[in-house]
Each structure stands twice: as structure tokens, then as C-alpha cells.
Design a protein around this ligand. Structure first.
Ligand SMILES: Cc1ncc(COP(=O)(O)O)c(C=O)c1O
Ligand SMILES: N[C@@H](CCCC[NH3+])C(=O)O
Length: 429
């Protein structure tokens, strides 16, 4: 087993040798982590998170890096972002509330969403959110009224769909003309949005925005979007005799989940490709989510049963599943897993790792070679579990959502506590 970053593991992942061998994360053995915090559990390598923030910050020293909070957000993460000099992108009132709870200056928050409510927009205006990314004509009107009522001039960016098809799953591609997000460039809606924003004295056009999709591993789509958006920015400036200071080209850089996955370009390579297309005087912004949070976290599960079906195969059931990782069921996302709590000399035998939910599609990893002697009580570790897992976790079948434990230099602390049945029951009348 190769516990290297290129295979999706965080930098502190290491294997202690010998017969009592086990996986260590942040200097702590997984047996100790499981005993103290229970399973399933997301174990987040804090130094990996900060190092990934720094990679983006260093790639774009003269621009803005807004972390895409939808990937994974909690107040402690907000504090890390602050310390690393990153801004934050939120897309709901709830994410905005977490940003505020973590102490982020609202002026460094960018507010996204294709259907922000009037109440959410009112709150954003009242808090002094740095920028609202307008997504529809209705929203331009709504926000104009709210800014006028508040007696302020609200900075906005216009979200544009540049007609770029990113090479990714169709559910997470957002840059094409047929999208619920933004204003289509090809259909002329983006040009009309620029006209309307410029005609609204209560709005200040701070920039243009596009985001073509997520889990993208090649540079082509990013470069094409940057070229189209730059041309549109220059056309708009010429048409209206204005200067548009900023181009925000969104997030979307993918990660490796398992050995053999395509290796995505580095943040520096992405920024270089964008910079080549964007005029030097235009301030560049990016919104990485997954490429920061994803590789920081290992999900730990305990094996509950091993079922062999003659002529069919082997099912290994763990104590989590689609409620803590819906990505395999939603997008066909492929992960890997290893037995992390002991060394085994047994030969590999293929298994399907499934969850505990009342659903046949509750599969975490398909066709995975695991040691043939895998057994109840073993801990399974799934790397690259930091993005869109805890943030998309559900209470399906009334399971409680797992905690997030930050590990660093031999110490571990809870940054999101485990949900309890009392938390669930509190909702009911
Ligand atoms: C507007 C916007 N910005 C940033 C992101 C973050 O994307 P990723 O996590 O793929 O970097 C997303 C999600 O895809 C998004 O919709
Ligand atoms: N939830 C998606 C990514 C969506 C990105 C948000 N616009 C995933 O898990 O891959």
C-alpha cells in the first residue's frame, strides 16, 4: 500500500511497521482514534489543510483565493482560512452563518446561489458581505431594492455560463448554456445582465464570474473559460466605457481518490493557464473547494460483517455508508479503502464495501482487493474524504452524522462533534 499524497492520502498518513502495524494520522494510530472518538469518523489532517491553502495563496499572490465553503465548512475551518489569508465563498444563509460564527470579516465573503431568498440577501447586505454574485434578472431587481432600502451601494459580480463543457460528471458540470446557474454568454443574457447592473445606481459592478464544474482534472476547460470570460469582459468594457476590475474563474480543480486516477494539475499550473488568458490589469480570483479540503481527510469505519455469497462474491459491511458519503451513489464516484487497524499477510480477495443503510445502492467501494482475512472489528480507512462528504451527509435511516476530528503533531480534537439521537429527536413535536 502506498500512502502518498499522489494517491489521495494526507501528508501525515504513515504506516507503523511490525505485527502490530497500523495506519497513523497526524501522529496518532487509528485504533486509538477509533477508541476515543468512535466510528464512523472523519479524521482531518490540519497541516494538510493549511498547506493546501498556502499552495493556492502562493499561486495567486496578487489575486484572491476564496475557499468554496460547500466542500466542508465549520467555524474552525473558517479560522484556518482567516489565518491563511483566504476569503470565503458561501452559497446559503446557513454557510454565511458559519462564516460569521467563525469570525470571518463579512467583507471577505462572496455570496453565491441561484435562488437566494430576499431574507438571505437582506442579511448579507446588513452584514456588509463583500460581494454578491448575481445569478438572475429577478435577483438583480431584488438586490437593487434591498441595497436602496439599506442606503448602500452593494458590490456585485455577474455569474456567467461561458458555454464550456467541463470533462466531469454531468451532475457537477455548470458551465454549459443549459444550466440553472448564471447568465448564458451565448444566448446574450450575460450582456443584458451587465447592462442592467450598470443601470442600477445601488449596485457596483466589481467583476464577472464563471465556474464551469467540479472534479476537473485537465486544464483545457479552465483555459477556454478564461479566454471566453476575458473576451466578454473586454467587450463589455468597450460597449459601456467602464472598467471591470475583477474576473473570478471559480473552483473545480479535481483530486485523486485512488491509485491510478488522473493526476490533476497543481494550483500553480491552473493559475498559470488562467493568467495567460486574462489581461494583466484584471484582478484574478479563484474559488477552490475540493482541492483544498478533499485530500485532508480520511474516513474511518469499523467492519461489522463479512458475507460470502458462493458464485457471486463478498460483501464487507461497515458502520457508515451513503449517509456519510453519498458520492458513490450520486455520481458513481470511485474510492479506495484499506484495512487500517492491523497488518495482514493474507492474500488479497475482491470485496464490495457497503454501508448499513436500507438500500442496495448503498455501496462505498466496488471491486476492492482487501486482505482475504478481513473480519468484524477491523477498521477500514477511506482517503480523500474531506470534500462533499461531511457537508453532504444526511440522517437517512435516522443515523447520526459522524464527527470531524482534527489531528496534528500527535494530538486530536473534535472540530465537529458527533450527532446524537437526542439531536435528532429534538426536531420532533
Ligand atoms: C460557484 C462555485 N464556486 C466554487 C465551487 C467549488 O468547487 P470545487 O470544490 O470543485 O473546487 C463551486 C462548486 O462546484 C461552485 O459552485
Ligand atoms: N457535490 C459535488 C460537487 C458540487 C460542487 C458544488 N457546485 C461532488 O460531490 O462532487
Amino acid at each position: 500500500m502506498s500512502l502518498v499524497i499522489e494517491n489521495g492520502w494526507p501528508r501525515s498518513a504513515a504506516w507503523t511497521g511490525g505485527e502490530r502495524g497500523e495506519l497513523r494520522l497526524g501522529g496518532i494510530g487509528v485504533r486509538e482514534l477509533a477508541a476515543e472518538f468512535g466510528t464512523p469518523v472523519y479524521v482531518l489532517d490540519e497541516e494538510e489543510f493549511l498547506a493546501r491553502c498556502a499552495l493556492w495563496r502562493e499561486a495567486l499572490p496578487d489575486g484572491e483565493v476564496h475557499y468554496g465553503g460547500k466542500a466542508f465548512l465549520c467555524p474552525e475551518v473558517v479560522r484556518w482560512l482567516d489565518s491563511a489569508g483566504l476569503c470565503l465563498d458561501v452559497c446559503t444563509g446557513g454557510e454565511l452563518a458559519v462564516a460569521v460564527a467563525g469570525g470571518m470579516d463579512p467583507a471577505r465573503v462572496v455570496f453565491h446561489g441561484n435562488n437566494k431568498s430576499a431574507a438571505e440577501l437582506r442579511r448579507a447586505v446588513a452584514l456588509g458581505v463583500g460581494c454578491v454574485v448575481v445569478d438572475s434578472f429577478t435577483e438583480i431587481e431584488r438586490l437593487t431594492t434591498l441595497a436602496e432600502e439599506a442606503g448602500i451601494r452593494q458590490r456585485v459580480m455577474i455569474r456567467v455560463t461561458p458555454g464550456v463543457s467541463a470533462h466531469t460528471h454531468e451532475f457537477i458540470a455548470t458551465g454549459g448554456d443549459d444550466s440553472k446557474f448564471g447568465f448564458s454568454l451565448n444566448a446574450g443574457l450575460a450582456a443584458e445582465a451587465v447592462r442592467r447592473v450598470l443601470a442600477a445606481p445601488a449596485l457596483e459592478l466589481a467583476g464577472l464570474h464563471s465556474h464551469i464544474g467540479s472534479q476537473i482534472t485537465d486544464l483545457g476547460g479552465f483555459a477556454l473559460a478564461a479566454r471566453r470570460m476575458s473576451a466578454f469582459l473586454l467587450d463589455s468594457e468597450r460597449e459601456h466605457g467602464v472598467t471591470i476590475p475583477k474576473l473570478d474563474l471559480g473552483g473545480g480543480l479535481g483530486i485523486v481518490h485512488r491509485p491510478g486516477d488522473p493526476v490533476p494539475p497543481s494550483p500553480a499550473e491552473v493559475v498559470a493557464a488562467l493568467r495567460e488568458a486574462v489581461p494583466a490589469r484584471v484582478r484574478l480570483a479563484v474559488e477552490p473547494g475540493r482541492s483544498i479540503a478533499g485530500p485532508t481527510t480520511v474516513a474511518l469505519y469499523e467492519v461489522g460483517t463479512v458475507k460470502d455469497i458462493p458464485g457471486v462474491g463478498r460483501y464487507v459491511s461497515v458502520d457508515g455508508g451513503m449517509s456519510d458519503n453519498p458520492r458513490p451513489a450520486m455520481y458513481g464516484a470511485a474510492y479506495t479503502a484499506v484495512v487500517a487497524s492491523r497488518a495482514s499477510q493474507a492474500p488479497p480477495r475482491e470485496a464490495t464495501v457497503v454501508g448499513r443503510h436500507c438500500e442496495s445502492g448503498d455501496v462505498l467501494v466496488r471491486d476492492l482487493p482487501l486482505p482475504a482475512d478481513v473480519r468484524p472489528g477491523d477498521l477500514l480507512a477511506v482517503p480523500a474524504s474531506g470534500a462533499y462528504q461531511r457537508s453532504m451527509a444526511s440522517n437517512y435511516n435516522h443515523v447520526t452524522r459522524p464527527p470531524v476530528i482534527a489531528v496534528r503533531d500527535g494530538s486530536a480534537r473534535v472540530i465537529v462533534r458527533r450527532e446524537t439521537e437526542d439531536d435528532l429527536l429534538r426536531l420532533y413535536t
